[in-house]
Design a protein around this ligand. Sequence first.
Ligand code: HEM
Ligand code: NAG
Ligand code: NAG
Ligand code: NAG
Ligand code: NAG
Ligand code: NAG
Length: 336
Amino acid sequence: MAPVFLFFLLLPYLSSCASAHGAHASKGPKLTLDYYARSCPRFHDIIRNVIVDKQLTSSTTAAATLRLFFHDCMVDGCDASVLITSNAFNQAERDSDLNLSLPGDGFDVVIRAKTALELECPGIVSCSDILAVATRDLVSMVGGPFYNVSLGRKDGLTSKAATVRSHLAEPTFPLDKIISMFNSKGFNIEEMVALSGAHTIGFSHCKEFSGRLFNYSKSNPTDPTIHPKYAEGLKKLCANYTKDPTMSAFNDVMTPNKFDNMYYLNLQRGLGLLASDQAMASDKRTRPIVDHFAANQTAFFDVFAKAMEKASEFQVKTGNEGEVRRRCDAFNSIKT
Ligand code: HEM
Ligand SMILES: *[C@@H]1O[C@H](CO)[C@@H](O)[C@H](O)[C@H]1NC(C)=O
Ligand SMILES: *[C@@H]1O[C@H](CO)[C@@H](O)[C@H](O)[C@H]1NC(C)=O
Ligand SMILES: *[C@@H]1O[C@H](CO)[C@@H](O)[C@H](O)[C@H]1NC(C)=O
Ligand SMILES: *[C@@H]1O[C@H](CO)[C@@H](O)[C@H](O)[C@H]1NC(C)=O
Ligand SMILES: CC(=O)N[C@H]1CO[C@H](CO)[C@@H](O)[C@@H]1O
């Protein structure tokens, strides 16, 4: 049994060695589409079954997983470091205060897929590959575009809460700052606007946009760029948010569970939820892109799909730069 196991383990590495010497920036071998074709042939079917099941019982799964994936990739690359739980010696990424609201369904769907995959092909499939493929499948399940996800990521060996804040944009950041954060990760303005279209699904807690409702400026408590009826509804919804911090609103008030281009149509009418969303409809660098995506969903899907492919390869670890975790929430060896 053991030699067969090893053989399978090495196959993907050997088959991708040749291309590793090309112009590719990564030190380890390149990711490949068929990485698990021999070592875990039912990889795609198993993930598909798990995500369909989970999304049907819990409709917030797709958004939860997409956000979790994006946060994982932007902080030290797509290496499942966001899945690690903290212990007495290490405060992990998922416990950064920014992550306070990272929703449980995203973690849960990855753990379920990992459990199923460990039964089928133990020790083969990385948690980072599971998160990348589960995200892609969930996005297309709720109406979004399908895109290719190359495989062979290894799971990261560190996860530090303290590194999170500097890598992720916040809704109150000026657009200049958000543009330069995306730029520093290799995304241009069009890709940034397309990726933000992820806010066509999911929800945000009141505290993320309450400043726009109750405390905008000295002369104007409510942000005048919000549609008045929408502002009224949000104020009612969030009236008690300090007492009940779980209060939240759909990111896309029109079609909250469907991955479509409604996000951009909303922005045109003052129905953007976060300040950072609405800002894209007024800035002269982003407005033409918002208008383009609002008019043409295919154009949005094309740019989104390419940008997601790019995001899913951001700073990945391959070969011996990481490990295949036995459990997605813990490193294989205990660190102190
Ligand atoms: C432009 C900069 C961005 C900012 C400032 C931002 C900020 C936020 C905030 C504050 C929330 C609400 C979290 C909560 O209250 O639970 C949220 C939700 C979400 N974000 Fe973003 N985000 C940005 C870009 C992105 C990108 C690029 C993606 C993915 C490609 C993404 C995917 C999501 C999703 C899917 C949700 C909903 C999560 C859920 O329903 O559980 N965001 N975002
Ligand atoms: C995915 O990759 C395959 C093989 O390279 C290609 O034929 C197919 O068109 C790609 N699909 C998408 C959606 O990019
Ligand atoms: C309102 O905004 C001001 C200035 O940004 C801040 O000092 C104050 O604490 C805020 N008040 C509330 C209730 O959030
Ligand atoms: C807010 O709290 C008040 C008093 O506790 C309650 O009557 C009201 O229904 C609450 N509103 C919302 C939107 O939860
Ligand atoms: C929408 O965008 C797609 C992809 O860029 C393009 O092929 C198509 O011609 C556009 N449709 C219209 C009506 O402009
Ligand atoms: C989903 C998740 O793990 N969320 C954690 C985010 O951080 C807070 C505060 O440390 C934890 O209590 C949550 O469990």
